[in-house]
Design a protein around this ligand. Structure first.
Ligand SMILES: [Zn+2]
Length: 170
C-alpha cells in the first residue's frame, strides 16, 4: 500500500513539475515578445545619430537615426494606431515619406525617410507588424530612418525617442 502511495506521490510531483515548466516557459516567451530589440524593429540596422546631438551648420538633432539598407522592413515595436501617412511629410522634402504612429499612452512617433509604407490612417497595428521599409531621400548620403517622438501633452512635448523605446539607445 505504501509503495502505491509513493508511486502516486512521485507521479504527482512529476506532473506538477511539468505543469510548472510549461507555465515558466510560456511566461518566458511572453516576456521576450513584449521586449522589442533593434533587431526585431529593423533587422541588420544600427543607431547612427542620437537625439539632441550638435551638428555643424544645422539645428540640434531632433530625433534618432537608424541606418539600414533601402527596403529593409520596419516592424512596429508596440501596439499602435496609424494617425497619418504622407509622401512628403509636413511639405518638407527632407522628411520624404513618413508614417505617424500613436502609441496606447498617446505618444506620437514620426518615422520618416521611408522607401514605402503599407498602411493608412486609422489602421490598428500589433507589436511586430511590418508597416514600412527603410528609404533614402536625395538629401542624405546613407539610407536611414529618422524617428521623432512627441508626448500627448505638456510643455516640452518633444522627447528623446530612446526614452520611449530604450532599444534605440544604440
Ligand atoms: Zn535624423
Amino acid at each position: 500500500m505504501r509503495k502505491i502511495f509513493n508511486q502516486r506521490a512521485v507521479l504527482c510531483l512529476l506532473a506538477a513539475g511539468a505543469i510548472a515548466g510549461v507555465i515558466l516557459a510560456s511566461e518566458d516567451n511572453a516576456v521576450r515578445a513584449a521586449e522589442p530589440t533593434l533587431e526585431t524593429f529593423i533587422p541588420g540596422s544600427h543607431v547612427a545619430a542620437a537625439y539632441g546631438i550638435k551638428r555643424e551648420g544645422k539645428r540640434d538633432h531632433t530625433g534618432i537615426d537608424v541606418v539600414a539598407a533601402v527596403g529593409t522592413p520596419i516592424a512596429v515595436p508596440a501596439n499602435a494606431t496609424v494617425v497619418e501617412v504622407s509622401d512628403e511629410f509636413r511639405s518638407e522634402p527632407r522628411y520624404g515619406k513618413a508614417v505617424v504612429l500613436k502609441l496606447d499612452d498617446g505618444t506620437q512617433v514620426w518615422i520618416t525617410h521611408l522607401d514605402s509604407y503599407s498602411v493608412k490612417a486609422g489602421d490598428r497595428l500589433s507589436a511586430g507588424d511590418v508597416f514600412a521599409t527603410v528609404g533614402k531621400t536625395e538629401y542624405m548620403k546613407v539610407p536611414h530612418i529618422h524617428i521623432e517622438t512627441w508626448l500627448d501633452s505638456g510643455v516640452n512635448r518633444q522627447v528623446d525617442p530612446a526614452s520611449v523605446w530604450p532599444f534605440l539607445k544604440g
